[in-house]
Each structure stands twice: as C-alpha cells, then as structure tokens.
Ligand binder design. Structure first.
Ligand code: NAD
Ligand code: UD1
Length: 336
C-alpha cells in the first residue's frame, strides 16, 4: 500500500512517515518546505533504514500534484500540508484561506480525478470553540476564534459535502489536541522558525539558553493552580493514530471525526514542573497577563478513537518532556 503524505517534512508529518515506513507502507511525500527542510526526510530515512519518494511540490500546484498521482499508485492520502500559526492567521487571513482551503480543494480534485478517494485530514481541537469539556465529536463545531481555526472547520465541511455528493469516499477527520514531544532518537522533533508561539518549544528554547524566560500567560484562571489546562499528546502517539485511521479508511467508506488526545488535562505549571524533572534544569519563568483568545481549559474525550479505531495514547507528560529535551539538546540550532 502506498500512502501520499502532504506536509510530510513537517513536525507531525515526519513522525507519521516514520511510523508508516516502520509498518511496511510505501510513502510518497509532497512538501514545499515552507515550514520545514528536506533534511528532515533524510533523518526519517535514517531512523527507519527505509527510503521514501519525495516531491518538492506545493499542493496548490495542480500539474505538480497530477504528476505525483501519475507516477505513483496512491492508495490513500494523509493531508498535513497547511499553515498553522494562529496569531499570523489573524494578520494574514487571505494567505491562510488560500494556502489551506484552496490547497486542499486542489488536492481533493486531483485525488478524485485519479480515483483515489481515501483521506485522513489534520484537523484541530480548535473547531470546538467554547463547548463544555471534555470535547466530544458530536458537539457543534465552528464557533472558532481565528482564521486558522476557520480553515480547519471549513475543510471539514468541504469534505462532508464531498462525501454527501459521492458516498464512495472514505474520510477521517482527526482533531488533534496539543501535540508535543519528539521521536525517541532525537533526530526529528518540533523545530519552529523564529520565536515559538506554542508552550513546549518555548520552554525548550529557554532551557537550552536561546530565550531568556518563559511568560506564563495568566495565573488567575478558574483552574486548580490558576493556569490554563490543555490535553498534551505525544507526537508519536499522534502519529500512530494516523496508522489506525489509514487502516480504517482502507477498508470502509464514510466520514468520521475523531478526537486524538489523551483525555487528561495538564496545567502550564504542571508542564513546567514535568519539564524541570525531565531535564534537571530550573526554568526561568514569570506569570504574566492572559493571552487574548486562550480558553481556560480543554481536553478530549478520546473514547471514539479508542473504541472504533483501536487507538490508545501510550505516553504521559514525563515522556513528552524527556523526548522534547532530548531533541532540543541534540539539535541546539534545529535541523539543518
Ligand atoms: P508543520 O508546519 O510542521 O508541517 C506542515 C508542513 O506542510 C510543513 O512541512 C510545510 O512546509 C508544509 N506545507 C505548508 N503549506 C504547504 C503547501 N501549500 N504545499 C505543500 N506543503 C505545504 O505543522 P505540523 O505541526 O506538523 O502540523 C501538521 C498539520 O496538523 C497542519 O495542517 C496543522 O494545522 C495541523 N495541526 C497541528 C497542530 C499542532 O499543534 N502542531 C494542532 C492541530 C492541527
Ligand atoms: C494553540 C492554538 C490552537 C492550536 C494549537 C496547536 C491559540 C489561541 N490556540 O493552542 O488553535 O490548535 O495551538 O497548534 O493560539 N502558554 C504560555 N506561555 C507561552 C506559550 C503558551 O503560558 O509562551 C500557555 C497558553 O496560554 C496555553 C498553553 O500554554 O494555556 C498552551 O499554549 P499553546 O502551546 O500555544 O497551545 P494552545 O493555545 O492550546
């Protein structure tokens, strides 16, 4: 079986390529390296001892994508390619709509033309907006606070319409919670450009001495320690969820959404503490103002993915912090 992975050189995509290759799939990657470097794929090959096919191609490039489908017999697609910076999306909404939504439409059209109607799509817990916790898949979605989040909601809806029009499609919408951690080898991990927006890469850059101090965004939330609660999930657990989803879409038709989270919340202070334990480093941090748009607490009810996909998260926050630090230590200047 051959799986096309769009955005395969990115953080989650690269970890998923490792799991796919280890499980015996042939892997074809399409990436324009907007937020990654080709060296990541060399490292994926090093970890697995296997090779993958790669195309330096933008998903908005219809001719380029058609070439990929004509040169490979693709059985299913895992679609990671997209822009993901929430703050940036509020400043550059058209770029986000063009890249994420238009890029996805071109991909779906090329798939349809090639007769490949099986796809796993990277969605986000952000589609739930202000629902009660824990989030469940049948809750209303779409009350989203950023253009980035709206791209995820719209693409989910577009895929819903695609399935309504043609029931031979098989579609899995994976709603990720907060992926952190890195592959145990320390060869691949999260390597954002510039100053990180997200908690864990910020923490690890403070620990390695590249940033002076972490600001905890708000210490006065209505939570046990006053800081926000999120459902952190190890990126390797998340990658493995894609294998379960691929196995499922290869044998069925339909459209289903799944929460991919641990089902447990951790506060910012708990993550700081877990990181300090794992690294042996005392983190320099201050409690600052709340960040606009942050919800006090959310986490997944992952029962549907557990029961229907047979997927369970294996790793806790200690292992997530250990592997993040291992990657950061081995790659102080990122992946080159
Ligand atoms: P990432 O930026 O590391 O990976 C995305 C990859 O897609 C990059 O390699 C980038 O170069 C590529 N890409 C972007 N636009 C492209 C285009 N037009 N054509 C070809 N390649 C393109 O991000 P990630 O953290 O690995 O996230 C993967 C997916 O999961 C994204 O769709 C993201 O929105 C979604 N997601 C991520 C998180 C998270 O916390 N990381 C949470 C929820 C959902
Ligand atoms: C963010 C996005 C969300 C996206 C997710 C994964 C926002 C508002 N939400 O979620 O849409 O799906 O990333 O990419 O941006 N924190 C600090 N200090 C920091 C950084 C973060 O205290 O320097 C806190 C935040 O307030 C939050 C927690 O750490 O409580 C996690 O933050 P982050 O990693 O940015 O993820 P989310 O905000 O949950």
């Amino acid at each position: 079986m051959t799986i096309l992975v769009t955005g395969g050189a990115g953080y989650i995509g690269s970890h998923t390529c490792v799991e796919l290759l280890d499980a015996g799939y042939d892997v074809v990657v399409v990436d324009n390296y907007y937020n990654s470097v080709p060296a990541v794929l060399d490292r994926v090959e090093k970890i697995t001892g296997k090779t993958l096919r790669r195309y330096d191609c933008d998903i908005r490039d219809r001719d380029g994508l058609e070439k990929v489908f004509s040169e490979n017999k693709i059985d299913a697609v895992i679609h990671f390619a997209g822009l993901k910076a929430v703050g940036e999306s509020t400043k550059l909404p058209l770029l986000y709509y063009e890249n994420n939504i238009w890029g996805s439409i071109v991909l779906f059209e090329v798939m349809e033309k090639a007769g490949c109607k099986k796809i796993v799509f990277s969605s986000s817990a952000t589609v739930y907006g202000n629902n009660p916790i824990p989030y469940k898949e049948d809750m209303p979605t779409g009350d989203v606070s950023s253009p980035y989040g709206r791209t995820k909601h719209f693409i989910e809806k577009i895929l819903g319409d695609v399935y309504e029009a043609d029931n031979s499609w098989s579609i899995s919408l994976l709603r990720y919670f907060n992926p952190i951690g890195a592959h145990e080898s320390g060869l691949i991990g999260e390597d954002p450009n510039g100053i990180p927006n997200n908690l864990m890469p910020y923490i690890s850059r403070v620990a390695i001495g590249k940033l002076e101090k972490l600001t905890v965004f708000g210490g006065d939330y209505d939570t046990p320690d006053g800081t926000c609660i999120r459902d952190y999930i190890h990126v390797v657990d998340l990658a493995r969820a894609h294998l379960c989803a691929v196995a499922d879409i290869l044998k069925t038709t339909g459209i289903e959404a799944y929460n991919i989270g641990n089902g447990k919340g951790s506060s910012v202070l708990e993550i700081i503490n877990a990181f300090e334990q794992a690294s042996g480093i005392k983190l320099n941090y201050v409690i600052g103002d709340r960040r606009a748009g942050d919800l006090p607490a959310f986490y997944a009810d992952p029962t549907k993915a557990n029961t229907r996909l047979g997927w369970h998260a294996e790793y806790g926050v200690d292992k997530m912090c250990l592997d993040t630090w291992n990657f950061q230590r081995k790659n102080p200047d990122g992946i080159r």
